[in-house]
Write a protein that binds this ligand. Structure first.
Ligand code: NAI
Length: 331
């Protein structure tokens, strides 16, 4: 039998936390034959609720779950962690300036970076979900210099999956037959959902999405804004932000990173830019990636047309601004 893998979920008493821990315990993140130990972190006001989640995990009698730690001590939470899913953060409240939210989260991610660096496994893989996800990941990277930069990522897989969903609905095809959409840039409304390289598997072979949709107007306008604004649409409908889809996509992100992407397909991940596609090195930016043996690499050589170029640069601009705002909050 395999050795258990220790998975940390921060903010585990929150909405996404409540949705993701049973998925992890059932094997949706690391596979049906991989035992797991769950470490759940939240803050003092949520301690009792967190303990309730632990009670339910015990009650659900998951065969793969070999241990549960529920704690408000960040060092205890990070001990020996192999996978860290960072969901905990300070939410934007009514009347708060962007800078105030940024400042709260930047200090949380600075502190948690040090705790991970001191206590986690040397090859820990980190996924930041909490917003502003790209910039939180960047701060975490800066304050955990011994964790390789390749091991620190942020979640844009939800946006990627939303794009697959929209194409599937439009064409009335199975979502599993659609692949190779791309989310470029920031997990925010400036992200660019790109279908120029996406295909659908049909009875007549693989066909480009552009050819099948045959409505450039829809693809260049409504499709993009629907994906960009899907988070707000969910909040409007549920009066709560997306949680089950965020949790499920976070599992997809880690599963593909650890176990590999299927041959011929890629996924979107927020990763540290190496300058690919002219994106300033040192930003955490969402790119198309393939994964093999636990390592991601950016898909190279895709043709970027003029329309796309403008969109790739606009979302990079926003990330440059966020980065300097984050640094000004730290000073
Ligand atoms: P939530 O408010 O229900 O849960 C957040 C939890 O984090 C709370 O239990 C809170 O007590 C905890 N927390 C706050 N500060 C903490 C700290 N310093 N250490 C540990 N835990 C801490 O929020 P929800 O809906 O679960 O969302 C979590 C985050 O994920 C938000 O920042 C949200 O904006 C973001 N998000 C990101 C998505 C993405 O695609 N990247 C998609 C959906 C949400």
């Amino acid at each position: 039998e395999k050795e258990p893998v220790t998975v940390l979920v921060t903010g585990a008493a929150g909405q996404i936390g409540y949705a993701i821990v049973p998925m992890i315990a059932r094997g949706a993140m690391l596979g049906p034959d991989q035992p797991v130990i769950l470490h759940m972190l939240d803050i003092e006001p949520a301690a009792e609720s967190l303990n309730g989640v632990k009670m339910e995990l015990i009650d659900a009698a998951f065969p793969l779950l070999r241990g549960v730690v529920a704690t408000t001590d960040v060092h205890e939470a990070c001990k020996g962690v192999n996978i860290a899913v960072m969901v905990g953060g300070f939410p934007r409240k009514e009347g708060m300036e962007r800078k105030d939210v940024m400042s709260k989260n930047v200090s949380i991610y600075k502190a948690q970076a040090s705790a991970l660096e001191k206590n986690a496994a040397a090859d820990v893989k980190v996924l930041v979900v909490a917003n502003p996800a790209n910039t939180n990941a960047l701060i975490l990277k800066e304050f955990a210099p011994s964790i390789p930069e390749k091991n620190i990522t942020c979640l844009t897989r939800l946006d990627h999956n939303r794009a697959l969903g929209q194409i599937s609905e439009k064409l009335n095809v199975h979502v599993g037959d659609v692949k190779n959409v791309i989310i470029w840039g920031n997990h925010s409304s400036t992200q660019y959902p790109d279908v120029n390289h996406a295909t659908v598997t049909t009875s007549g072979g693989e066909k480009p999405v552009r050819e099948l949709v045959a409505n450039d107007q829809w693809l260049n306008t409504e499709f993009i804004t629907t994906v960009q604004q899907r988070g707000a649409a969910i909040i409007k409908a549920r009066k709560l932000s997306s949680a089950l889809s965020a949790a499920s996509s976070a599992c997809d992100h880690i599963r593909d990173w650890v176990l590999g992407t299927p041959k011929g397909s890629w996924v979107s991940m927020g990763v540290y830019s190496d300058g690919s596609y002219g994106i300033q090195p040192g930003l955490v930016y969402s790119f198309p990636v393939t994964c093999e043996k636990g390592q991601w690499s950016i898909v190279q050589g895709l043709k970027i047309d003029e329309f796309s170029r403008g969109k790739l640069d606009a979302t990079a601009e926003e990330l440059i601004e966020e980065k300097s705002l984050a640094h000004s909050c730290l000073n």
